[in-house]
Design a protein around this ligand. Structure first.
Ligand code: RB5
Length: 145
């Protein structure tokens, strides 16, 4: 799959860990984030990744900042984006099964109960259930209009 990534300076290590994992799994990664010694504001990175995704040609987005909060809020401001900020594997899976999220965010300064790579794997492997969940996702998207 083709995956967009972005991060700020508070999550370089985590972004790198997730990127290596994605590449090992055979995915293609477009990394809009920054590396060691660089600085970036998370709203700029979240918006940049979300806007590029909405142009088409990508399957998912993976965002990282210190908490995952600021970069997920920023991505969610871009029309069409549903970015999850899961607490664990269960939530990462549900973010796809129930919410049909295209983006997932993580915090480089957060201690997760599960490995972030396992959470990302759960997210990417899960399938949207549809049915009543489609109705609810439609209601979310209607809020944008
Ligand atoms: C940057 O210091 C930090 O505020 C940012 O990475 C993130 O945690 C914001 O939500």
């Amino acid at each position: 799959m083709k995956i967009i990534m972005a991060n700020d300076h508070a999550a370089v290590e985590l972004k790198n860990e997730l990127k290596v994992w994605l590449l090992d799994q055979g995915h293609e990664v477009e990394d809009l984030g920054i590396g060691d010694g660089e600085k970036a504001d998370y709203p700029d990175k979240g918006e940049q990744a979300a806007r590029l995704f909405m142009k088409g040609g990508y399957d998912y987005g993976v965002l990282c900042c210190g908490t995952g909060i600021g970069i997920s809020i920023s991505a969610n401001k871009v029309k069409g984006i549903r970015c999850a900020l899961p607490q664990n594997i269960f939530a990462a899976e549900a973010a796809k099964e129930h919410n049909d999220c295209q983006f997932i965010a993580f915090g480089g300064r957060i201690e997760y109960p599960d490995k972030p790579t396992d959470m990302l794997n759960a997210f990417l492997s899960a399938k949207f259930v549809g049915d009543r969940h489609q109705r609810r996702v439609d209601k979310i998207m209607a809020i944008e209009n």
